[in-house]
Design a binder for this molecule. Structure first.
Ligand SMILES: Nc1ncnc2c1ncn2[C@@H]1O[C@H](COP(=O)(O)OP(=O)(O)O)[C@@H](O)[C@H]1O
Ligand SMILES: CC(=O)N[C@@H](CCC(=O)OP(=O)(O)O)C(=O)O
Length: 259
């Protein structure tokens, strides 16, 4: 029987909230078994870019990343947030190790080809070094991935954290029975985004099409849901979307997705 693995992605809004971040890291550190954390930080990158007088442009939920923006991404994701999260987890007794895709050649990507939009230094994932990640887990480390990949030729690339989480979960599913958790500030996928108590408990492929058709899923939820179903179609056992409390063992108020 395969061992279990949890891949938990935490979004930028959650990290920004001091209490929310503290709680999610506490719950993550208490989770049993093999686990990997993936963190975003898009909100902070936009804030820092503003302070530096650099314009932030998003297209389809993805950041247009020129050389200056890439440096900001590396500073915020690979530096500020990675180190702060690792330090907090260490204080909670989790032997966390901060990872970008370049570290241990963990995630290779290629620069997204120019089509209608030139995304600049945005990476589409080609390969996850599952053996490298496996070795870290076997050695007792908990890998903490940020939203950065590399092309294997010395170029860092900016890759959406939701995508990193899905690609890691898919690749590691060869060896593990994997559950992917998308943790953000709302209780789950909501029927009405203004109403926290309208959590949709379960969404399958047909339901997903309907939600799309009715425009119930919008903004950042569009690429997130795309990643959820992409993961499910590629052997990830279970995908869940919810807030911090989803990581509490006896909580069931969140969204579960199936094909
Ligand atoms: N049906 C929906 N249910 C929940 N959130 C939704 C929905 N439709 C759109 N959203 C928006 O999607 C956002 C989450 O996407 P995003 O900000 O990219 O997440 P993350 O913080 O994980 O990066 C929510 O803050 C919410 O405003
Ligand atoms: C290419 C791309 O869009 N990368 C994202 C990476 C950070 C991220 O995904 O952060 P959240 O999870 O907090 O949104 C960005 O730069 O915003």
């Amino acid at each position: 029987m395969k061992q279990k693995l949890s891949v938990v992605k935490i979004g930028g809004n959650l990290i920004e909230d001091v209490e929310g971040c503290k709680r999610v890291l506490e719950l993550f550190s208490k989770m049993d078994g093999n686990k990997i954390l993936v963190h975003g930080g898009g909100k902070k990158a936009t804030e820092l870019a503003n302070q530096m007088g650099v314009e932030s442009k998003m297209v389809n939920g993805r950041r247009i990343t020129n050389a200056e923006t890439l440096d900001i991404a590396i500073m915020v994701y690979g530096g500020l947030y990675s180190k702060k999260i690792v330090a907090k987890l260490q204080a909670l007794g989790t032997d966390a190790i901060g990872m970008s895709g370049a570290d241990a050649d963990a995630i290779r990507a290629h620069k997204r080809p120019k089509k209608n939009v030139d995304f600049g230094f945005v990476g589409d994932v080609d390969m996850v070094n599952t053996y490298g990640v496996f070795k870290l887990l076997q050695a007792g480390f908990t890998p903490i991935f940020c939203a950065l990949t590399h092309d294997g030729k010395g170029q860092m690339l900016n890759t959406n954290a939701d995508t990193i989480a899905a690609e890691l979960a898919i690749a590691m599913s060869e060896q593990f029975e994997t559950t992917l958790y998308y943790c953000f500030e709302k209780k789950g996928v909501l029927q009405n985004v203004e109403d926290e108590n309208s959590v949709i408990q379960h969404i399958d492929s047909n339901g997903y099409d309907e939600l799309l058709a009715y425009g119930i899923i919008a903004d950042g939820m569009l690429p997130k849901m795309h990643n959820c179903f992409y993961a499910l179609r590629n052997k990830v056992s279970k995908v869940c979307v919810g807030n911090t409390e989803m990581l509490e063992a006896d909580n069931s108020e969140y969204t579960t997705l199936t094909l």
